[in-house]
Design a protein around this ligand. Structure first.
Ligand SMILES: [Zn+2]
Length: 317
């Protein structure tokens, strides 16, 4: 019986694999960026080889592992281990049996789940959600996803797509279109995906910017952060609007789940303390007298390794 966890974080830009202890410490890792253009069977072979190389580096065999936990950035049929579709891997065929394709190379228990569930569970086991019993994790980066942990278990819904909260509609008359085709999704208004359209609106409204991005299409979370540091009028307005929508998202989650804790993670949390505070302010303003007991709203405690540690943590559920 092995003692180590193997985590694989399959992202749209980065693929990482690592050996992780049962306490959530990453012992060994490897990272690749050339996987995105490959067909799905070749990505599986790449992951297999990364895992083998990690084991070899430590002089270990697969018998040292408890299993393999892996994330997939898209819709999954969780029980069957099937990747239905992902906006990150548009070339992949629908209904790809991702779990079994990897598992047949090892004699190990293998679990594949989406990144928000995995990262949320890592926060629950090792991070900001320790001791909460139940919690929600909302990740705000290019898109928005939610990991729902109820009484120690990840809640996945009927097939595995529960927590696709970024596609809840917060502005039905919006002109900002989401990747799903609908208008006014939370993630179109509060995550990286919607930034170009949001910047365009603000420029048309006459807001001033010192940033050198010539076209709104160039707007990213990263250059907005630069703008914040310069106290740029346009960037400040964009960040405030995103924070307000994220606060509406938190409020909606609160009304559905009455959770004791909500943990916020993802790349846009780099926008800093003022952004986080504004999200909370919006939440508390909306919740008002309907908040009967204290709720813990905190930032992710795991940080950069969240994907990898989350993937590994799936084996501990
Ligand atoms: Zn959508």
């Amino acid at each position: 019986m092995g003692e180590l966890l193997c985590g694989v974080d399959l992202g749209g830009t980065k693929l990482s694999a690592g050996l992780v202890t049962r306490a959530g410490k990453v012992l060994e890792r490897s990272v690749a960026y050339d996987h995105r253009s490959k067909p799905e069977p070749d990505v599986i072979i790449q992951i297999r080889d990364m895992i083998r190389a990690l084991l070899a580096k430590r002089g270990l065999t697969e018998e040292s592992l408890i299993g393999i936990g892996m994330t997939f950035p898209g819709h999954l049929r969780f029980r069957e281990g099937i990747a239905i579709t992902s906006s990150n891997f548009r070339g992949w065929k629908r209904e790809f049996p991702i779990r079994d394709s990897l598992q047949r190379h090892f004699r190990l228990r293998t679990i594949v789940d989406n990144d928000a569930n995995a990262q949320g569970f890592a926060e629950f086991k090792f991070g900001a959600g320790v001791g909460t019993g139940s919690m929600l994790f909302m990740t705000i980066s290019t898109g928005i996803g939610v990991g729902i942990i109820l009484e120690g278990k990840i809640y996945r819904g009927m097939t595995g797509t529960a927590g696709e909260f970024g596609h809840t509609i917060v502005e039905p008359s919006s002109t900002i279109r989401c990747g799903c085709g609908n208008y006014g999704c939370l993630m179109a208004h509060a995550s990286g995906l919607g930034l170009p359209q949001l910047v365009k609106q603000k420029l048309e409204a006459g807001l001033q910017t010192q940033l050198r991005f010539a076209r709104p299409e160039d707007a990213t979370g990263e250059n907005n952060k630069t703008g914040l540091e310069l106290n740029d009028e346009l960037c400040r307005a964009v960040v405030e609007e995103c924070a307000d929508y994220a606060g509406i998202g938190l409020y909606n989650l609160f009304q559905v789940f009455n959770p004791p804790a909500i943990v916020l993670g993802g790349g846009l949390m780099n926008w800093g303390e003022a952004y986080f505070r504004r999200i909370k302010d919006k939440f508390y303003a909306l919740a008002g007298d309907m908040l009967f007991d204290p709720i813990k709203i905190v930032r992710s405690a795991i940080g950069a390794d969240a994907g990898l540690v989350g993937a590994a943590a799936l084996l501990l559920e």
